[in-house]
Design a protein around this ligand. Sequence first.
Ligand SMILES: [Ca+2]
Ligand SMILES: [Ca+2]
Length: 254
Amino acid sequence: MQITTGGPLGSSRPGVGPVGRQLRTAVWRGGLPDALRALTQWRMGREAPGQLRRRLWERLVLLFTRRWRLFRMTSCYFIYWQDCTFFTRKEILRVHKKFRGLQPDVVPRTMTREDAVNVRVPREILEKLPELRENPFKTRICEVFSSDDKGNLSFEDFLDMLSILSEHAPRDIKVYYAFKIYDFDNDQFLGPSDLQQTLQLLTRSQLLPEEMSQVCEKVVDECDVDADGKLSYMEFEHVITRAPDFLSTFHIRI
Ligand SMILES: [Ca+2]
Ligand SMILES: [Ca+2]
């Protein structure tokens, strides 16, 4: 990046005026080498008052510090997170802002990989998120995505959850996680007790016990191909692919 040195500085405040703007652009767009080159060019081109020069250096140090903090978060982990989720860089930043908003005093503004894995927001706070608040499965969703199995989510857990519930995630993955969410006892099958709990949440406990048993029996009757009294993942997948509104009910916007 070239930087011009001619013309008035325009302002005694560093970071303002033509030179300030060029230096700032150099710092943010070109990184450290370009900014140093730009500053050297500028210093060789004209003699600035000592005070302005000192303030400019201070400003540059501040910009580099900010840039470095951002770099730590953006460069290494963003590539990794972009690979592992269905989010763009911009969406990941939005998710981070949302996550930090839940507990600003606990979640750091700049995430290291250790923070992203180890700093957890409690389930009770996560359940108050507008995206989850009205969802009858909110507790179960948090449990399924939490790496501590208690429903408390780290930033990476949270990112996974929102990514899979987002409109960008393919149907297959949504079906896989829907199965996990409905499989309350984690035995890899949807048995009568899983179906009852699912139904209870879906109907917000408005069915009588006999009605619930009848509905569950009907579901097993219709979907249980190998007649073992429970639904395997294949059987569940077969049923859910025939439900055209499944995708619309299994996504949230960030
Ligand atoms: Ca089960
Ligand atoms: Ca079966």
